[in-house]
Design a protein around this ligand. Structure first.
Ligand code: SF4
Length: 383
């Protein structure tokens, strides 16, 4: 970079000469120089030969001044550049510290949080959602019958790595496929560290092609398996720093893995449903950057005195988001919060339509990714 600046400032010829000088100095053999030094008219010949080798003429005093001024100009530019860079770094640091700063995070949830959350909990006990059987916390048990041990923990990690940008139903199918494939290949426990270490990355990619970003995930899973084998004796580490050092593993996966693999509750795993609901329910302060990390820090701060909720809140809200409070067209018609006046995101037009349908004898739509039958019954009894 600096050399390029010098080249731009001083022109290609001088730049070339300097490069030549350096190369010539480094390639000139000491024996040759000594030989030259030993001849009779050694001084003159030595000077002449050096000039030929270096291809430069001694700088005139005028040239020297120009060089000085050019150097000065370059120095000024470099200082200014570094100031700009320092300023940029400072701004980035400020942004990070503003987000991570405790002052900006709510220490208590808003007044409508607990009434809403408790009602959602009640609804969750009445519905079945894909996450209940096929979510990352349960898929290893559903697929392989394991609920503890090294292989179980490794399967939890793989299911989490496969789960991003992928529906639980698809993730379940792929995990089942992996389990069946490895069993058929003679691995007694199916999907295990040894099986992943042995499998070719391309074959793994073909096996998991149904999940989003399968190519990258196949690479990450192979790389992670190697790290676990070489650094952790094949075991899942117990700190978030170590887990998030694996390729493709972020805080959401890390905190969930610690909870389901080791029962360690050091953070909240925030997924896309939780992020969306925290925003539309106005549970967390509005911010320019409402990313999952900000939402996680807000939840952790608001629920600092309710740490028992840290591991519960994810499956409760995820399941609710999968079958009731959908990202598109939320099912306010079956939601017991819809007529309480405490949900800031209720679809009032849908409630009007539901009332009209009821008058006309049209039943509530029971189509769902999960099982809404109990909740629909509750709602019909309510009205
Ligand atoms: S938006 Fe509708 S479905 Fe979601 S919580 Fe509010 S009332 Fe229930």
């Amino acid at each position: 970079m600096v050399l390029k600046k010098i080249k731009d400032e001083l022109g290609p010829s001088l730049y070339f000469t300097e490069r030549q000088t350096r190369r010539s100095k480094s390639t000139a053999s000491p024996s040759k120089l000594q030989t030259v030094d030993k001849t009779d008219d050694s001084k003159d010949r030595f000077e002449l030969e050096c000039k030929q080798m270096l291809s430069i003429t001694p700088p005139s005093s005028e040239h020297h001044d120009v060089m000085k001024s050019k150097r000065r100009r370059i120095q000024i530019k470099t200082e200014s550049d570094s100031k700009d860079l320092a300023a940029t770094v400072k701004i980035k640091k400020q942004r990070v510290s503003r987000i991570t700063s405790k002052e900006t995070l709510p220490t208590q949830p808003p007044p409508h949080f607990w009434p809403m959350y408790n009602e959602i909990k009640k609804m969750r006990s009445r519905i079945k959602a894909p996450v209940d059987e096929m979510g990352c916390a349960n898929v290893a048990t559903t697929v392989s019958g394991l609920s503890e041990g090294k292989v179980y923990r490794f399967q939890c990690l793989v299911s989490l790595m496969l789960s991003s940008q992928t529906k639980d139903e698809v993730n379940f199918q792929v995990m089942k496929k992996l389990q069946d494939y490895f069993i058929s290949k003679g691995y007694k426990q199916g999907l295990s560290l040894e099986a992943i270490l042995d499998i070719d990355e391309l074959v793994l990619d073909q096996l998991i092609y149904k999940v989003g970003f399968h190519r990258r995930k196949a690479t990450y899973i192979k790389q992670t398996a190697n790290i676990l084998h070489e650094k952790y004796n094949g075991e899942i580490p117990r700190t978030i720093e170590e887990i998030t050092s694996f390729p493709g593993v972020g805080p959401k996966m890390g905190f969930l893995l610690l909870q389901i693999a080791w029962n360690i509750n050091t953070g909240i795993g925030v997924d896309t449903h939780m992020q969306r609901m925290a925003k539309i329910f106005k549970w967390i302060p509005a911010s320019k950057n409402m990313d999952p990390e900000y939402v996680r820090r807000c939840f952790e701060s608001m629920l600092a005195d309710h740490r028992e909720e840290w591991s519960r809140i994810n499956p409760i809200l995820v399941g609710f988001g999968q079958v009731v409070c959908l990202p598109q067209r939320p099912r306010c018609d079956v939601c017991t919060l819809s007529r309480t006046g405490i949900c800031p995101a209720v679809d009032k037009a849908l409630l009007k339509k539901t009332d009209t349908d009821k008058k006309n004898g049209i039943k509530i739509n029971s189509k769902s990714r999960g099982d809404l039958s109990n909740l629909i019954k509750d709602i019909e009894d309510l009205h």
